[in-house]
Design a binder for this molecule. Structure first.
Ligand code: MG
Length: 174
């Protein structure tokens, strides 16, 4: 049913090994004073590699998409390091970065889908942020599944249709 699945980076593909899903993952960047020092804090989230392989076997295109507080070139540089460090470079077909605005990922996904000629109805984003993932995707008509972490903050009165407690649950939806 899905032709392409986008995966958010921090808190989705990887998280800090000491705080896992108990706390927003961005502290690792503040705690690192040397460039790329943050790599030592990051590990893949549980069952991520097996799940990615299962999706790939089903013929689904895999894309990593992470928001960065940098300009495009610098963002791509950091993203490339994380992807290689976590040995994700051979499994992902595409690696992208988005600009640091709530609508950043939606914009990037729109232009990629247009280029790959894939309808929005066949795309999915998996993420951990209501604003940067869920709203960003829904605003441009793309489905989004959120990971139920302890820091997930859904405003009162708003509903997210699909949430997962672990990455493997994703296989039930695709
Ligand atoms: Mg995230």
């Amino acid at each position: 049913m899905y032709k392409i699945i986008f995966f958010d980076g921090d808190g989705t593909l990887w998280y800090p090994k000491s705080t896992k899903w108990s706390k927003k993952p961005f502290w690792v960047y503040d705690a690192s004073d040397k460039p790329k020092d943050y790599l030592k804090h990051l590990i893949l989230t549980p069952q991520m590699m097996q799940t990615l392989h299962s999706l790939k076997k089903r013929g689904i295109i895999l894309a990593a998409l992470s928001t960065h507080p940098h300009r495009r070139l610098e963002a791509d540089f950091h993203m490339g390091h994380k992807i290689r460090h976590l040995k994700l470079d051979t499994i992902f077909d595409h690696v992208y970065t988005a600009r640091p605005y709530p609508w950043g990922k939606g914009k990037v996904m729109q232009s990629i889908l247009k280029r790959l000629k894939i309808p929005k109805s066949q795309a999915l984003l998996v993420g951990d942020s209501y604003v940067f993932d869920y709203l960003s995707a829904r605003r441009v008509g793309i489905e989004c599944i959120l990971i139920q972490t302890s820091y997930l903050n859904i405003p009162n009165g708003r509903k997210v249709r699909r949430k997962i407690r672990n990455i493997k649950m994703l296989l039930n939806f695709v």
